[in-house]
Design a protein around this ligand. Structure first.
Ligand code: SAJ
Length: 431
């Protein structure tokens, strides 16, 4: 097939590369001219190594072409972002992609939307775009085929995750199933358009609500001397319990956004969803409170070092990152802050760990990057002005850091008794 992929970001590029590897002739278009030029030069921006490799290989073999416009093809796969503006979906990229498609699409060709959209959106937007192009909507095949890939394991998940394909008609769904079956090694479940849109959004909503429960339990445990991490592990031994992990908040471009699409659509039937959002949104505030409790109020001198800038471990993406929200809140309160992250985009962080830690009063572990595993607490202690560790991910062994002279606060870890004499102010704050 001749497949046209619109949007060559973290979903579009690997999808295009995989389709090309399966034998299709793929034409990719991204509205960012700089990105198109880079791709043609064989440079793939910050993507996972196997994605870069496959994309470059497919371009070199002439199976994946980066184009300056949208060509006519047998199928069009739309992989553009749907950000949230004021808690509402911003559909301008989807609209713009569909306007491009509507100009060239012909009868019986297939339009597949992968971008996350609220239920009811795909049909409405395709209809509008076709009408604006002076064409009828009816002879074109339309499916919603939400992407479900986990950043950090994109190529594998793209190949191995089951797909949901919702069609405007059963025949459309079948056409979509055939397209995806040609490059996905998993089951393709077909349904209608609206259900497919809803399924995608509730998958991420489920995760947000589950994490909110974990975060609430963490706060509960801090007051009754129970270690929440241990408690959740034990509860998860039950065959029908799967509670997620607490943390400093929920980031990324999907989990904090998608539940809002539902709340926006129906504020009355989303009480639990909205409450969960609030619980997760408050977590950075909670961590900042702990910082203030432990090191004292900002006095122009006090410096806090944040380890990690990205929204989760081992990815470079910083969108909606709780770590950066913590920094913003600390900055607002008047603390001096430094962020160190060897994985995230360097422009946002200190390049030098020692520089970030020098004369600091507390270190906040905000992201559990593998690269932070080898941090030597004794070396860290030598650089800092006072020794406080705030571990938001249950990442470090408390005793090891205590032995290096640190007072350690771990989110959700009981009543935070110190095993070494803590600085008086710290002990008082925790008593
Ligand atoms: N987080 C926790 N506790 C946990 C797990 C995650 O606090 O137990 C936090 C992370 O630190 C991060 C945020 O949640 O800040 C989101 O991370 P994530 O790994 O849960 O999700 P994403 O945003 O990287 O990817 C999700 C995935 N959705 C589901 O697993 C249902 C992925 O499959 C989707 O394709 C992606 O959203 C998307 O694009 O929608």
């Amino acid at each position: 097939m001749k497949i046209v992929v619109l949007g060559l970001g973290y979903v579009g590029l690997p999808t295009a590369a995989l389709a090309a590897a399966a034998g299709h002739e793929v034409f990719g278009y991204d509205s960012d001219p700089a990105m198109r030029a880079e791709l043609r030069d064989g440079y793939v921006r910050g993507r996972e190594a196997d994605v870069c490799e496959l994309a470059v290989e497919m371009m070199q073999h002439g199976r994946l072409h980066v184009c300056d416009g949208v060509e006519s093809g047998d199928a069009y796969i739309v992989c553009v972002p749907t950000p949230s503006v004021h808690d509402r979906p911003d559909l301008r990229y989807v609209n713009s992609a569909l306007a491009d498609v509507a100009k060239v699409v012909q009868d019986d060709q297939l339009i597949a939307i992968e971008s996350t959209v609220p239920p009811g959106t795909t049909e409405r937007l395709v209809r509008q775009a076709m009408r604006a192009a002076g064409k009828s909507f009816v002879p074109v095949r339309v499916v919603h085929a939400p992407e479900r890939i986990l950043p950090g394991a994109i190529l594998r998940e793209l190949r191995e995750n089951d797909r949901i394909v919702g069609g405007r008609t059963p025949e459309d769904a079948e056409a979509g199933r055939e397209l995806y079956a040609s490059f996905v090694d998993a089951r393709i479940h077909t349904t209608d358009l609206r259900t497919a849109e809803f399924v995608k959004v509730i998958e991420n909503t489920y995760r947000d609500v589950n994490i909110a429960l974990a975060n609430e339990l963490a706060l509960f445990c801090e007051e009754i001397d129970i270690d929440v991490w241990n408690a959740i592990n034990l509860a998860n031994n039950h065959p029908r319990v799967n509670i997620m992990q607490p943390g400093p908040g929920v980031g990324g471009h999907c989990i904090p956004i998608d539940p809002q699409f539902l709340a926006d659509l129906n504020p009355f039937a989303t009480e639990l969803i909205q409450a969960s959002r609030r619980v997760n949104e408050r977590m950075p505030q909670l961590i900042v409170r702990r910082v203030t409790n432990l090191v004292g109020e900002a006095d122009g001198e006090r410096k806090i070092t944040i380890l990690g800038a990205s929204y989760k471990a081992n990815v470079d993406d910083t969108r909606e990152s709780p770590a950066l929200r913590i920094r913003e809140l600390l900055d607002d309160l008047g603390y001096r802050t430094a962020v160190y992250d060897p994985v995230a985009h360097p422009a946002l962080t200190h390049h030098d760990l020692a520089e970030a830690l020098r004369d600091s009063d507390a270190v906040v572990l905000a992201v559990d990057h593998d690269a932070f595993r080898t941090l030597d607490p004794t070396a860290v202690a030598g650089l800092m002005r006072s020794r406080v560790l705030i571990d938001t991910r249950n990442f470090y062994d408390k005793a090891t850091w205590n032995n290096a002279g640190f007072a350690v606060y771990g989110l959700g870890r009981g009543t935070q008794k110190f095993s070494i004499p803590a600085p008086a102010a710290v002990a008082q704050a925790l008593s």
